[in-house]
Write a protein that binds this ligand. Sequence first.
Ligand code: HEM
Length: 369
Amino acid sequence: MRAAHPLAYPALKAGNRAVTRVPGLGVLVRDARLLRGVLMNTASFTKTGPGSPADLWTPVLGPSVLLNMEGADHLALRRQLGPLFGPAYVDDMVKESLAAPLVSLSARLRAGEPVDLVAEVRRYASIAISRLVGLTDEVMDDDLFRRVASITSMVRLSKPRLSPPQIERARAVMAELGAHAERAYRAADESTVPGRMRALGLTETQAMGAVGAFVLTGTETLVSYIPRLVCLLVDSGWLPAIAADRALVEQAIAEGLRVTTPSPVMLRSVVTDDAIGTVRVRPGDRVILATFAANRALGPFDPDANTAATLKQLWFGAGTHFCLGAPLAMAQIRSVLDALLQFPSLSIESRKAARGVLIPSYARVVVRA
Ligand code: HEM
């Protein structure tokens, strides 16, 4: 996290107050209960307004892409998109699309080859997102993945908006993806997700906005998390125990999500006078929800203690904006971990943290069985 955000990360961790006003940044919240209270209170705290995600993403993705919407329109769009993330649908999609790559991963590890987990998971996340947005797997290649990451890496906590040249660059990448998704939508082929979106009643503009939101939110989070989880399991010595007792897998995944919190911070804008704990807030204030700090305050990674169970998956948010892609994320995490648990003696040969990224991640994690 320090490699990704050398200034913001220590600043968000400094001091021990649950809520505090940080000049130039906003009102910082680091307590799980208060944080959930903000997420559930959409009358006072919204994702639209000054300093909110809408400020960042609307110029790139347009006005109606879930993560910059509130109220009835937001709810209606979520309902329409819901079937795309039904656990049965995503489980089948992940099983079918990752079957061959995971067999190849196992074969390479069994042969004693070194494998870079980051490159590997990047490919899996790209395959899933490609299915979701109607691209062929080849279109969402490493290069396009990097261009998408170059959009999120423009985001800095100290800058609530992107600059006009950054917006232009981000729009160009999105347009490239949109062209493929548009073809799939227009062909009304229900074997593609844009085709299904059309069948679900989404307009072309809504469908293209959703495609952009999925690509932005759903790729880097997974590419960050899965290698970090494997490192946690190896470093803490838990890997062999979990490989031997698969009943611990869900607890290990939840604990890993708690400790790493791949989406470390959420933003809200204040719309009415209110208070967070003892701190009064006013319309226009920006609220920085430091989920990573709240989650980590509960202690180190420990699948046995499983303190994550008390958090109701706060790492996926809460309330109306709770991560729509959570079933897809969980299906991918389970599949990849299942393949790796065949190798309880997996060791990490080398690793390197990524710099200049929004989502704290490794740039490389080379493992060998
Ligand atoms: C481990 C992986 C992931 C984590 C930790 C994660 C975390 C989150 C969090 C915390 C939010 C709420 C943000 C807020 O309230 O401000 C969110 C929203 C969202 N996530 Fe995820 N996410 C993950 C993977 C995915 C994937 C794979 C997708 C698939 C496309 C996805 C799609 C979305 C969408 C569309 C939203 C916006 C929902 C809305 O505003 O109604 N996420 N995610």
